[in-house]
Design a protein around this ligand. Structure first.
Ligand SMILES: Nc1ncnc2c1ncn2[C@@H]1O[C@H](COP(=O)(O)OP(=O)(O)OP(=O)(O)O)[C@@H](O)[C@H]1O
Length: 449
């Protein structure tokens, strides 16, 4: 366990008990959410986790060792456990973006050259180079959030704690921050967030802690925690929207029971296939019998060059028509390709669009979006990119996701998981010069699944 608390208690000087007997264990490399309504104790717990507050009783352990509250012990802990506050204005105070990001490394005693290297790396990575001389308080909410995360990341912590990371961000800005968090997690960092957003906690987390009135009331996988409606309601929260929709479909027999879809692609995958069609039917056709609806040819045929499409008759009308059940969806499998924008080359890119017959481009991450804008690339989707690409591909589109290094492997992992779990045939693979890194890690690139 990288971070633990044992029977933690904390009260503020005015007597408010903010943390009441909280014991948690956070494994390394996971995405963890603390969910609870306003005032349930999330921010206080986070300040205890990085040693800003000292518990009244109980323990905080990092890497199995109890936190040492001496000045040097706390410096060491804060290097390992970075915290991004809910309100960026509480975090950013230097005269320029550059100096703000440099603050942590400077305090840790990095050399001048090292500070310059790290800060420039952060500015590049978070698409902040053009803002480096601006005062942070002149930035937008999303830009401030990126500077705050960059400042924490400049110290290379093992754990990044973010208090309400998406509050006050527009959907695209929120998506960009989520992309960054997923990328950091892909690079091995443990990410801990607090949120009231049950949809976010349900979809994003590996593990969820539910807090109510300073106490821990439940914990577990998101599916486990959010399947207990009563507890969720008692914490003054609601159940995730996608679970509500799924339950209504289940009640109407449109989806099988006991599943827990996380996102729209998973929900779509669960829907029962009820493709019905009204057709002309002669007197020889009977209920339960077969009607031939035609022939599929070439790439549409399942085996061989031709395929007869036979459908079962469910119902016969007096007017000579029948309702039949289609047992075959005539859709060509679509494709999703991933292009690494760190190796962007305009000629190569244009060639890929043409050769792979791409009709849908989605951009993930600030850097990719900036390059796309400068190069006049026609991006049709810049939030929820992976889900939307999957949904488009399963209805026959040919999609290209443009993104950069850390996010490339995250994207590949999500899509491979979807293909594996759903059994849906999609063409998937990284393309372009920058594809080599995941080519060597994966086995399935470029071939039909
Ligand atoms: N400095 C303080 N002095 C006294 N009480 C405080 C202080 N800060 C927080 N509290 C109280 O401690 C309790 C827990 O607050 P905390 O900010 O940790 O909750 P939270 O879950 O982070 O809330 P939110 O979702 O609104 O950010 C609340 O009752 C709050 O009023």
């Amino acid at each position: 366990m990288i971070l633990e608390t044992k029977n933690l208690e904390f009260s503020y000087p005015d007597g408010t008990k903010a943390i009441d007997d909280i014991s948690i264990t956070i494994p390394e490399g996971k995405k963890v959410s603390f969910v609870g309504k306003n005032g349930s104790g999330k921010s206080t717990l986070f300040l205890l986790l990085n040693g800003t507050l000292k518990p009244k009783s109980g323990k905080v352990l990092f890497g199995g060792k109890e936190v040492n509250y001496s000045a040097s012990g706390l410096r060491e802990l804060r290097k390992k456990v970075g915290i991004v506050f809910q309100n960026s204005d509480d975090q950013l105070f230097a005269p320029t973006v550059y100096q703000d990001i440099a603050f942590g490394p400077l305090n840790l005693g990095y050399s001048k050259e090292e500070i310059e290297r790290v800060v420039n790396q952060m500015l590049d990575h978070f698409g902040l180079q053009s803002l480096k001389d601006k005062p942070p308080h002149h930035l937008s909410g999303g830009q401030k959030k990126r500077v705050a995360i960059a400042g924490v990341l400049a110290m290379d912590p093992d754990i990044i704690i973010l208090d309400e990371p998406l509050s006050n961000l527009d959907p695209v800005g929120a998506d960009e921050i989520l992309d960054i968090l997923n990328e950091l997690n892909g690079l091995g960092k443990t990410i801990i967030i607090s949120t009231h957003d049950v949809d976010l906690a349900y979809q994003w987390s590996d593990y969820v802690y539910l807090l109510s009135s300073s106490k821990l009331i439940n914990e577990g996988t998101p599916g486990f925690v959010f399947s207990n409606d009563e507890e969720v309601r008692n914490s003054a929260l609601k159940s995730p929207f996608i679970l509500d929709v799924y339950r209504e479909l289940e009640k109407r027999w449109l989806a099988p029971g006991n599943a827990q879809p996380k996102d729209i692609p998973e929900l779509v995958q669960l829907l029962r296939s009820i493709d019905l069609m009204r057709v002309e039917a002669g007197p020889e056709i009977e209920v339960g019998g077969c009607v031939n609806l035609g022939v599929l040819f070439g790439e549409f045929a399942k085996d061989g060059l031709y395929e007869a499409v036979n459908s079962r008759v469910l119902f016969k009308n007096d007017d000579g028509t029948a309702v039949v059940e289609l047992n075959r969806r005539v859709l060509k499998p679509g494709a999703i390709y991933v292009y690494d924008m760190d190796s962007f080359d305009k000629d190569e890119f244009d060639k890929i669009i043409e050769e792979y017959d791409i009709d849908h481009i989605g951009a993930m991450g600030k850097k990719s979006k900036d390059i796309a804008e400068n190069e006049g690339i026609n991006v049709v989707c810049n939030s929820g990119v992976i889900d939307k690409s999957i949904l488009n591909a399963i209805t026959g589109s040919r999609c290209l996701i443009i993104t950069s290094k850390g996010m490339v492997s995250h994207t590949a992992k999500r899509i491979r998981e979807y293909i594996r779990n759903s059994g849906i045939r999609l063409v998937f693979g990284p393309v372009g010069k920058g594809a080599t890194e995941i080519d060597s890690a994966g086995k399935e690139e470029g071939k039909e699944e």
